[in-house]
Design a protein around this ligand. Structure first.
Ligand code: 13P
Ligand code: SF4
Length: 400
């Protein structure tokens, strides 16, 4: 094609043209979530003031939760910040708040709805804030997988353990099948509890771990002493999960084939590169990273663990952190006396966490003040009941 003879016009994009972020509306795409009354412009010079006014006017009627991976502009208005476990507990502990505004992703807001009363309303400021890992396990796939375990004769000795990063429907499946939810900060306790239901870690019982294969593998091998050979990966896109009856019978950990698109980017090469570039560095990564990254690192832990480790670190120490970039940037700003590197050489925000920005938060709060609850997250009654059974099991785990 000759560039000279086919100069394109950008005035009228074709219906299928790529939309610039925040411009135009494509309701069929993840960007096309309509905001009733219009979203404030990100360039509005009064945006921060509007946020302050709206937050003050809502007062105790609202409680704003902010996950550690949220943008700075949103964290500035959070009443509490935390990892997914802490935020679930905080949501459950605020029965007086009429509105729980969840600055995080969809599965977290669902959990908050399940753990709060029917009179409380949970709001997710942007409905496009999903999670690619949670999307890797659909409820019909999970039910089919269970049928595979039943047919192989292993379902009765299998307990489902489901990571918080999953839909309410899968949490409900877990509750119906006598399992528990876990987060990255209590996965080891949840796994021990699950094995205890079927004869203990030393026995022959199994755990079906969904949807993050890395958290399941890392916890089983590094914290419970199981071996890599005890772990098999169930691929929901393959017949029978891609596993033979003999493989299912021999397995102790049946890991769902899912991963986090952010933590999955870190590589063992990143670890060796940073060790060469910054001698004496301590490498600290999240357990959603691949097994070879976690074993190459010096320390592994949830977002709360990472924050506490840096708080306790001596001045002058050097760190490389493998988790989401919004958190690592804030940690670097909070610890000017320590050298903090990002483990990946390219930027690595969680794009869906980043969907919640100040315009969406202001919009949600102003709509609430105008008497309209927007983007309310409601889990259907039956799923909510069974998901609550699994979440309550997690909240009752020893030590939590
Ligand atoms: P935690 O908040 O449990 O550390 O999990 C990290 C994460 O990926 C949340 O989406
Ligand atoms: Fe999902 Fe990973 Fe983003 Fe967490 S960081 S919300 S697991 S994609």
């Amino acid at each position: 094609m000759s560039l000279a003879t086919s100069a394109p016009s950008f005035a009228e994009p074709a219906p299928s043209a790529l939309l610039l972020l925040g411009r135009g509306v494509d309701l069929a795409s993840e960007r096309g979530v309509e905001c009733v009354g219009g979203l404030p412009a990100a360039s509005d010079p009064d945006l921060v003031e509007r946020a302050r006014v709206a937050r003050a006017a809502l007062g105790d009627r609202a409680f704003v939760l902010g996950h550690h991976y949220q943008r700075d502009e949103v964290i500035a208005f959070a009443d509490v910040t935390g990892d997914s476990f802490k935020l679930a507990r905080e949501a459950a502990a605020r029965p007086e708040a009429e509105f729980v505004i969840f600055c995080g992703v969809h599965f977290m807001a669902e959990s908050a709805d399940i753990l709060t009363s029917d009179t409380q309303q949970v709001v997710l400021p942007d409905l496009a804030a999903g999670c690619s890992m949670a999307d890797m396990a659909a409820i019909d796939q999970v039910e089919d997988a269970w049928d595979v375990l039943v047919d192989a004769g292993v379902a009765e000795q299998t307990v489902p353990v489901t990571y918080m990063n999953s839909t309410a429907a899968i949490k409900a499946f877990t509750g119906r099948h006598g399992g528990t939810i876990c987060t990255s900060s209590n996965a080891h306790v949840a796994l021990r509890w699950a094995f205890d239901q079927v004869g203990g870690v030393e026995g022959t019982g199994k755990v079906l771990f969904m949807p993050d294969q890395h958290l399941g593998r890392n916890t089983a091998v590094l914290e419970l002493g199981l071996s890599l050979d005890d772990c098999v990966v169930f691929d929901p896109r393959k017949p029978g999960g891609g596993l033979t009856k003999a493989e299912l019978e021999a397995a102790r950990m049946i890991l769902w084939r899912g991963h986090c698109s952010v933590h999955g980017r870190f590589s063992a090469r990143n670890v060796s590169d940073i060790r060469a570039a910054a001698p004496g560095v301590t490498v600290l990564v999240h357990p959603e990273c691949k097994h070879e990254v976690v074993t190459a690192a010096d320390m592994v832990g949830s977002t709360e663990y990472i924050i506490k480790a840096l708080d306790a670190a001596p001045a002058g120490s050097t760190w490389a952190i493998g988790t989401e970039l919004n958190l690592v940037r804030r940690l670097a700003a909070a610890h000017p006396d320590k050298q903090i590197h990002y483990l990946d050489s390219t930027v690595c925000f969680c794009s869906t966490m980043n969907r919640i920005d100040l315009p969406h938060l202001v919009w949600a709060m102003e709509q609430l003040l105008a008497g309209q609850t927007v983007n309310r997250i409601v889990v259907d009654e039956d799923d909510a009941h069974w998901a609550r059974v699994a979440l309550d099991q997690m909240l009752a785990l020893p030590g939590y």
